[in-house]
Design a protein around this ligand. Structure first.
Ligand code: MG
Length: 308
């Protein structure tokens, strides 16, 4: 393990409060390199490992905290993209190639969570999060069916890009937000009163959005209202993101990780010398931010933890 300074990495406070989230002598570590496009990191506390997607290589990788080794977790992965760990410790994945969301059960079998909406095939599920009631929420832009690099070229059967909720009791797939160009990363606030969703429409339209919106959940936690723009990206796109215990947003961007306070103001950055696509909190104390940055997996210890 190399603990020296990685060129191009640094902590960049923009507001004094960001310093309170940092550990004075901590550095950004590069844990591994060798991917084409890293996405969807998710932490497994019981096994002390992290799984993430290398989308163009059609594989998922596993970084083992016990010895720092990286191995191939799944190949082919159906061009998996976003992943999350549900409240029972199971892997939930978005698969561009199979155009579905799946769960890997404790016995290793794979359950299809969603592959159609109103009888039509999904586009290419991108990112996923599980609410405390067991409902599974995911975004469905067209990145995996536009070209053959991260999936397979195909027409959109739905003809639009929605955010969906899968009911934990009935397995019904419901569209909960339908006014996005390219819905992408998503995460709940720690109290689950809000759902944040990124729109990366600017990737294929210079006038398109590059922002994160905030929705309020209804009393029964099943539907959304509001959806105001919380923050526009100042560097490329906001792709995947996670919230910390205090509701700050740690989001991917073109120049690294941006930290937004709950009101949406940018308070600091972690500069990374590659495009960052997604992050997650992990480690035994949940105080380690894992960063999926194009070819590499990075991490940084912070003075703040992920949601408990
Ligand atoms: Mg994404």
């Amino acid at each position: 393990m190399f603990y020296g300074q990685i060129e191009g990495t640094r902590f960049e406070p923009l507001e004094p409060e960001f310093n309170n989230l940092l550990i004075g002598h901590a550095r950004v570590e590069r844990l591994w390199t060798g991917a084409r496009w890293s996405e969807g990191p998710t932490w497994f506390p019981a096994g002390r490992y992290l799984v993430w997607s290398d989308i163009p290589n059609n594989r998922m990788l596993r970084w083992d905290e016990t010895d720092g080794s990286v191995s191939v977790f799944r190949n082919p992965s159906n061009y998996s993209n976003g992943n999350t760990t549900d409240h029972h410790g199971r892997l939930v994945s978005c698969e561009h190639g199979a155009r579905r969301v799946t769960r890997t059960e404790h016995d290793g079998s794979i359950t299809v969570i969603a592959d159609r909406y109103q009888g039509k095939r999904l586009n290419s599920p991108n990112d996923v999060v599980v609410k405390s009631d067991g409902s599974i929420w995911f975004t469905d832009p067209t990145y995996g069916i536009m070209i053959d690099y991260e999936g397979g070229r195909a027409e959109s059967e739905i003809g639009a890009c929605y955010v969906y909720r899968v009911d934990p009791d009935t397995a019904e797939v419901m569209a909960v937000a339908t006014d996005f160009m390219k819905p992408n990363g998503l995460a709940f606030s720690p109290d689950e009163k809000y759902l944040y969703v990124a729109d990366t429409g600017r990737s294929h339209d210079p006038d398109g959005p590059a922002h994160i919106r905030r929705f309020s959940l209804s009393g029964d936690g099943k539907t959304l209202s509001g959806g105001e723009v919380l923050a526009d990206s100042t560097a490329g796109l906001f792709d995947g993101f996670r919230l910390d215990e205090d509701g700050r947003i740690w989001t991917s961007a073109a120049d690294g990780v941006h930290c937004l306070e709950p009101g949406g103001n940018l308070i600091g950055k972690i500069a990374i010398p590659e495009l960052v696509a997604n992050v997650c909190f992990g480690g035994a104390r949940k105080n380690r931010l894992f960063i999926a940055g194009t070819t590499s997996l990075y991490s940084a210890y912070l003075a703040v933890i992920g949601p408990v």
